[in-house]
Design a protein around this ligand. Structure first.
Ligand code: 6PG
Length: 250
């Protein structure tokens, strides 16, 4: 692994997805332990997609499983496809198969109800759940200890796709949005103000198909509408890019 901390950026390059996943799982466990020790709980928003699966499985098994204070951990989702939770396309379903189903006592698991016919209602119900758990005052934003993100080959993160209105929403915690890539189903997603309010944001990006977008996101000219991941700039939190060599040019 070599680190490229140009400017204040923290970009860690790994030989392959296996090494990236081990590092991501270790970082997750460390942030969890630190948050739980400091505040008595750990709040995390999981990413969907396929990249995190290996890291999730590592966290569900010893030794890392035993280093995470699961009974004080509150697990949310950064986004969800508008499908039933048992659909193969469901981010909750993927997390349930790779980690959630294996955990014992957990502080809380909060699923986006993508299966509701009214997707805006699903977003509003999720906002209410977040407001309850984080004890938000009206207009307040949650401060997640950790937000995990993947990045699509189009530079999207969560379900914040290029040129979609959701990119510019600043007065909501979660919104329903149209798809931008497969699976072409509507989505529910956290918004940029929430993602950028986190204490720690970890991007996990692997695969040659991501290289063009990753190069533009990291080193290309500003293109916040065409490359939504460029909008991830935590207000005061830490942003770490965990990438594999195939996703990094050269
Ligand atoms: C989703 C994710 C999405 C994902 C990227 C990367 O609902 O699909 O939240 O933002 O992280 O599309 O997906 P892969 O990890 O499958 O490449």
């Amino acid at each position: 692994m070599n680190e490229r901390a140009s400017e204040s950026r923290d970009i860690r390059v790994y030989d392959d997805l296996a090494a990236l996943s081990s590092a991501a799982a270790a970082e997750f466990a460390e942030i969890a332990a630190r948050a739980s020790a400091a505040r008595g709980r750990f709040t995390v928003a999981l990413t969907g997609g396929s990249t995190p699966e290996r890291a999730y499985r590592l966290l569900a098994s010893p030794p890392l499983h035993d280093s995470v204070p699961w009974s004080h951990t509150h697990i949310f989702f950064g986004d969800e496809r508008c499908v039933p939770p048992d659909s193969p396309e469901s981010n909750f379903g993927m997390a349930n198969r790779t980690i959630l189903g294996m955990l014992g006592d957990v502080g809380g698991i909060y699923r986006m109800e993508g299966e509701l016919p009214d997707h805006d209602e699903a977003a509003r119900r999720y906002e209410a759940e977040i407001a309850r758990v984080f004890e938000l005052s009206p207009g307040g934003l949650p401060v997640f200890d950790l937000v995990l993100l993947g990045m699509g080959p189009d530079g999207h993160c969560a379900s914040l796709f290029p040129h979609k209105p959701a990119l510019n929403v600043t007065d909501r915690i979660a919104v329903a949005t149209a798809p931008g890539l497969k699976p072409f189903v509507d989505r529910v997603t956290l918004t940029f103000p929430v993602l950028n309010n986190a204490e720690n944001v970890l991007f996990m990006v692997a695969g040659a198909e991501k290289a063009a977008a990753l190069g533009r996101v990291l080193d290309g000219p500003p293109d916040p509408d065409g490359l939504p991941s460029q909008r991830i700039r935590p207000t005061s939190g830490r942003l770490v890019w965990l990438v594999d060599r195939t996703a990094m040019r050269g």
